[in-house]
Design a protein around this ligand. Structure first.
Ligand SMILES: NC(=O)c1ccc[n+]([C@@H]2O[C@H](COP(=O)([O-])OP(=O)(O)OC[C@H]3O[C@@H](n4cnc5c(N)ncnc54)[C@H](OP(=O)(O)O)[C@@H]3O)[C@@H](O)[C@H]2O)c1
Length: 265
């Protein structure tokens, strides 16, 4: 069975103007699935929309929406109309690093809105129709930092464990309605993320193509997946240590990576 036969004609993907979201759009377009492309940078969405609709003879809708705005759903509903969304990919997100006390409070709050509030609102809005149709798929973007508290990326790692737990819990709740839910946990991946977060991919960077292939291979088979062997090893390492030691080691690693931004204590 193809993805289109299994889940339906339309997918809504957030964060499709770059990185992992753009790659999800490319992969689903190859499956002949029509796309609602969501992000703020309209020109990039229009370019991708034109390219994919021409290459794969699919329908696309460009939805330049800022997911940090309180009323984003009203704006998005206007773009979606009565199209039946069979796949929802809650991908949009960003991070920051440095000491929490020096972070800009508005920036951190916006991060919680984009990374956590938006996936909650979107999932709550689109899943009831999937339940009625008895088919659908939802993907949440967790991260390798969802496996341990991550000092100096404190808010970001908290937003990612939120997605990881929401996804895994909904995997259980929604499976009786034939809806596949996946919490996707990438490690350092070469996208625009690290320029924006002022962070680094780490020693074994992955590509968006690899991350999306991992996700689509795991969807419908398990509640969560970690992309890449190195990241899988990292994700289990915290199981062999106390919580206190895990946080301390995590803090050492991030302070070594981002030492310029962290005051010596
Ligand atoms: N790259 C990594 O190493 C890595 C690792 C683990 C998890 N992740 C997760 O993977 C997801 C995708 O990140 P990426 O690596 O592909 O980064 P990216 O290339 O920076 O893409 C982020 C996407 O999110 C969109 N976005 C950001 N703020 C938004 C807002 N207010 N409203 C609407 N869209 C917004 C951006 O579009 P606009 O700027 O055009 O709005 C962009 O399309 C994120 O959830 C991230 O946490 C990434």
């Amino acid at each position: 069975m193809t993805m289109k036969e299994k889940y339906g004609d339309w997918a809504l993907i957030t964060g499709t103007s770059s990185g992992i979201g753009e790659e999800f759009a490319r992969r689903l377009a190859k499956e002949k699935i029509n796309l609602i492309l969501v992000a703020r940078r309209k020109e990039r969405l229009e370019k991708l929309s034109a390219e994919l609709s021409k290459a794969y003879s699919i329908e696309t809708v460009v939805a330049p929406v800022d997911l940090s705005q309180d009323d984003f759903l009203t704006e998005l509903k206007g773009k979606v109309g009565n199209r039946e969304i069979g796949i929802l990919i809650n991908n949009a997100g960003f991070g920051s690093n440095g000491e929490f006390i020096n972070a800009d409070a508005d920036h951190e709050t916006k991060m919680v809105k984009v990374n956590c509030v938006a996936p909650t609102v979107l999932t709550h809005h689109f899943v009831p129709k999937m339940v009625e149709r008895k088919r659908g798929a939802v993907i949440f973007l967790g991260s390798i930092v969802a496996f341990q508290p991550t000092p100096f990326m404190a808010t970001y790692s908290a937003t990612k464990v939120f997605n990881a737990y929401l996804g895994e819990s909904l995997w259980y709740e929604l499976r009786k309605y034939n809806i596949d839910v996946l919490s996707l946990n990438p490690g350092g991946t070469e996208t625009e993320f690290h320029r924006i977060a002022n962070s680094a991919t780490g020693p074994v960077p992955r590509t968006a193509e690899q991350v999306v292939a991992t996700a689509l291979n795991a969807l419908g088979k398990k509640p969560s997946v970690v992309d890449g062997f190195y990241n899988k090893a990292l994700s289990v390492s915290s199981k062999f240590s106390t919580r206190k030691l895990t946080v301390i080691i995590s803090g050492w690693i991030t302070s070594a990576l981002y030492s310029k931004k962290i005051a010596k204590s």
